[in-house]
Design a protein. Structure first.
Length: 441
């Protein structure tokens, strides 16, 4: 179970008290008009600077990428023949044993259930869905493309690329609200009574964008709930499993162990990668599934490739070595990220004090989820764009790109320098204040 209550030490910075005397809804119309005029003048000064800042996507900054530069020197030809097999050649479609073992150490998944694959876990998810569409999940189940109707559960706010895959494949996307403990399980358990509901997207630890981690109770309910569709599958994208900002990060329950207790281990397709551990787009992705699922999947995957890039897998094993060395590397990455999250939350605290926004305070991951006053998120996005600051498109965190309340903004503090982030967050605070005051006229 994840710990509640106490915040990590880097959240203890003092709240910026500038202009925080009363909540906006406690001010008179004249006072709000005066503030709007003041904030608009400050905003126009920023806009005149012609800035170009990017807070839109969760990309590592150069200083984080530099921590993995050892990958360029890590590998020798002998490393590729260390076990007697020659990894420079074809074969080993399941990945090299050392890479599978490393993934097992990092994610707590039995090694025999793991496939070490190419560079992209998103591609693995896409291809796995395509196999379900064309071939079904095995055991004579109808391929999903032959079903009259297919539906998919999407925890919101969530990851836009997940939603885009299932939308493109013709699923009807159903939003499930995120709670502090994960998806609204009462709603999920009701929805899966419909046999057309074939699956669900889950980012279970430091979810994108809220940073929430599923509680053990939520994981238990996900793996044990009765589903009308016998071929229901959970796509368990554990992208931020070891991306803690502090040593006392959230703890995620073992989904395979809990699923095995109730005989539903076939329900889980598990994905992860080193994309934000080493180099995005040049890392190693993994997929894990039950032995029964692997017996169905592996022959289909072997038609797609004789073997993934084993040289890159060797390189990563030579650099990351083992679980302990990898976690030391992750602590160095956290040291780089921690001031950026502290900066983001310090600025946002002013908005909460004014009663015009709420936000998440994650213990890890890559994002902060900001909810502004309903009906103002698009206005904030426009103001930011006009001032030269790029945010994730409003609505991207919801199916079909539509935020029904026009309230959510995904913030990605990782890519900008700390100086750029300070500037970008100052403008964001102004934009949210302006949009809020305008909505109160």
């Amino acid at each position: 179970m994840k710990e509640r209550g106490a915040r990590p030490s880097f959240f203890s910075e003092k709240i910026n008290k500038r202009d925080v005397c009363m909540k906006f809804n406690e001010l008179s119309a004249e006072e709000r008009a005066a503030l709007l005029s003041q904030y608009t003048a400050e905003y126009e000064a920023y806009r005149a600077r012609g800035l170009r800042l990017d807070l839109s996507r969760g990309k590592p900054a150069a200083e984080q990428l530099d921590l993995s530069n050892g990958l360029f020197q890590a590998l020798s030809a002998e490393d590729c023949r260390a076990t007697g097999a020659d990894y420079r050649n074809y074969g080993l479609g399941e990945g090299i044993p050392a890479m599978r073992h490393l993934f097992s150490e990092l994610y707590g998944v039995p090694e025999e259930l793991i496939l070490a694959c190419g560079n992209s876990s998103l591609q693995l998810m896409h291809d796995t869905l395509m196999r379900c569409m064309v071939f079904g999940v095995g055991d004579g189940h109808t391929p999903w493309c032959r079903e009259e109707r297919i539906k998919w559960l999407c925890v919101t706010p969530g990851y836009d690329r997940h939603f885009a895959i299932t939308e493109r494949l013709g699923f009807e996307l159903i939003s499930v609200p995120m709670t502090e403990d994960g998806p609204d399980m009462d709603m999920v358990e009701e929805l899966v009574k419909d046999s057309a509901v074939k699956g669900m997207w889950c980012v279970p630890k430091y979810s994108n964008p809220t940073g929430n981690t599923y509680s053990e109770e939520t994981v238990r309910r996900l793996v044990s709930m009765p589903c009308a569709a016998p071929d229901f599958r959970i796509f368990w994208d554990n992208a931020y499993a070891i991306h803690d900002l502090e040593l006392d990060g959230d703890v995620l329950a073992d989904v395979f162990a809990l699923a095995e207790e109730v005989g539903n281990e076939d329900r889980i397709y598990y994905f992860a990668s080193t994309s934000k551990i080493t180099f995005p787009g040049a890392g190693v992705a993994m997929m894990a599934a039950s032995k029964h699922n692997l017996a169905h999947l592996k022959p289909l995957m072997n038609l797609q490739t004789i073997g993934y890039d084993k040289i890159n897998q060797c390189r990563h094993v030579a650099f990351l070595k083992d679980g302990a060395t990898t976690m030391a590397h992750m602590h160095a990455l956290a040291d780089s990220l921690r001031p950026k999250f502290a900066c983001t939350l310090r600025h946002l605290s002013e908005l909460r004090a004014l009663g015009i926004a709420s936000y998440t305070e994650p213990k890890g991951g890559y994002f902060v989820s900001l909810d502004v006053l309903p009906g103002t998120a698009r206005r904030v996005f426009f103001l930011m764009k006009e001032a030269g600051v790029t945010l994730t498109q409003v609505g991207a965190t919801f199916p079909y790109g539509v935020d029904p309340k026009d309230t959510n903004l995904r913030l990605a503090p990782t890519y900008a320098t700390l100086e750029e982030l300070e500037l970008g967050m100052s403008i964001l605070v102004l934009a949210v204040k302006i949009a809020a005051l305008e909505s109160m006229v």
